[in-house]
Design a protein around this ligand. Structure first.
Ligand code: COA
Length: 366
């Protein structure tokens, strides 16, 4: 039996930072950020809130939405590129904080494509009978690696202090990537179709198929080059001074690859399922940049009503963009029973793909 999404949930951090707020610490403008990325504001957690806290909150909300208790969860899949600490991963902490009993856990490291790979993993676990209920979470706290140090209070407007020349120079040096990102978490509860919608169906529902791809030759297009086993020692002051703990990004190459690969994966998934492009009701795509979404829309020949965006108020929340957007669309009543939905993403590594999904509750068999 394929897996269906029985519930979704989101954790939204409390601190909203607008583009104008960012001008307090770096040389940028609202106009530059909006026109190049589509982002108007993003959210950040308070200090002390870790990725696993946001992930657990989203998981609990998704379980409540599905009407499933924590001890019914067989497995938990957590995708993040901003774990609480170097090791272990966050999944054990999320299991504990969300009250998921002794559910087995996985940590995924596919960055922006993490939730997409998690959906496919959940489907494999459920369709092979290894699990009946799987929670998939995408969660990020990017706040920690933004190069704003003590200037965070300036960004948040909670001090009258002006940034030092050094703080302003550092923030401006990193402005091309730092303006993109925000914190957030989203989760989905996946269950065997029969358990979630006990009805006899005329056409298959749930996850129909997946196309997942990795090309490790592109691993350096966006990376955090320091603080790992390729360094000895893996952490030292020299790496921090050199800024190797911050992401380094080749924005133009990422843009080109994302615009090509996401539509290609959606078309491949549709073809494998015997479906046509014009049968697609919704494309839930990674929210990296509105211009990437525009390029992908043009390639697929769909408009923003089919491939919507919420990057304006969230920024790029990496592994969390798909579940947050999908949750919001469900809440807005834009996900109808029987709809054909394509999830698609592109992430550092490089990892990309598409998961094709038929919403449950479609036409009943005669
Ligand atoms: C990041 C991105 C918006 C940058 O846009 P771009 O047009 O390529 O901009 P560039 O990096 O070439 O910089 C152009 C100019 O804008 C400046 N600039 C960069 N960031 C800026 C900012 N936040 N505010 C103002 N100016 C900025 C640069 O310094 C540069 O100035 P210069 O010409 O005087 O040197 C774009 O490359 C992109 O969206 N790429 C995809 C990134 C992505 O999605 N990453 C996540 C992957 S999962």
């Amino acid at each position: 039996m394929p897996a269906v999404i029985a519930g979704t949930g989101v954790a939204a951090p409390p601190n909203v930072v607008t583009n104008d707020d960012l001008t307090r610490i770096m040389d940028t403008t609202d106009e530059w950020i909006r026109s190049r990325t589509g982002v108007a504001s993003r959210r950040f957690v308070d200090p002390g809130t870790a990725t696993s806290d946001l992930a657990a909150e989203a998981a609990r909300a998704a379980l409540a939405d599905a009407g499933v208790s924590g001890d019914e969860v067989d497995m938990l899949v957590c995708a993040t590129m901003t774990p609480d600490r170097h090791n272990p991963g966050i999944a054990g902490s999320v299991q504990h904080k969300a009250g998921l009993g002794d559910a087995a856990t996985f940590d995924l490291r596919q960055q922006c494509a993490g939730f997409l790979f998690g959906l496919d993993l959940a489907d494999m676990l459920i369709s092979t009978g290894r699990a009946g209920t799987v929670v998939v979470v995408g969660a990020e706290v990017h706040a920690g690696y933004l190069p704003w140090g003590d200037a965070w209070q300036i960004v948040l407007g909670s001090t009258d202090r002006a940034p030092t020349a050094g703080e302003r120079a550092l923030a401006t040096h990193h402005r091309s990537w730092s303006v993109l990102f925000g914190d957030g978490a989203g989760a989905a509860v996946l269950r065997e179709q029969a358990a979630a919608t006990p009805r006899s169906l005329a056409s298959p529902e749930g996850i129909l198929n997946s196309v997942l791809r990795t090309d490790g030759a592109h691993a350096d297009l966006i990376e955090v080059p320091g603080l790992g086993s390729q360094q000895r020692p893996y952490a030292d002051a020299a790496q921090i001074t050199a800024g190797l703990h911050h992401p380094a990004m080749n924005g133009a190459s990422l843009y080109r690859l994302a615009v090509e690969t996401m539509p290609a994966a959606v078309c491949e998934a549709l073809e494998a399922a015997g479906c046509e492009l014009d049968e697609l009701d919704l494309v839930v795509a990674h929210q990296a940049n509105d211009r990437i979404l525009d390029g992908a829309r043009r390639r697929l020949g769909v408009d923003a009503s089919v491939m919507p965006s919420n990057i304006e108020h969230w920024g790029n929340t990496t592994a969390a963009t798909l579940p947050i957007l999908y949750h919001e669309l469900r809440q807005q009543g834009r996900v109808a029973a029987g709809s054909l939905v394509a999830f698609t993403s592109f992430g550092a590594g490089a990892h990309w793909g598409a998961v094709l999904y038929r919403e449950p509750g479609g036409t009943e068999a005669a």
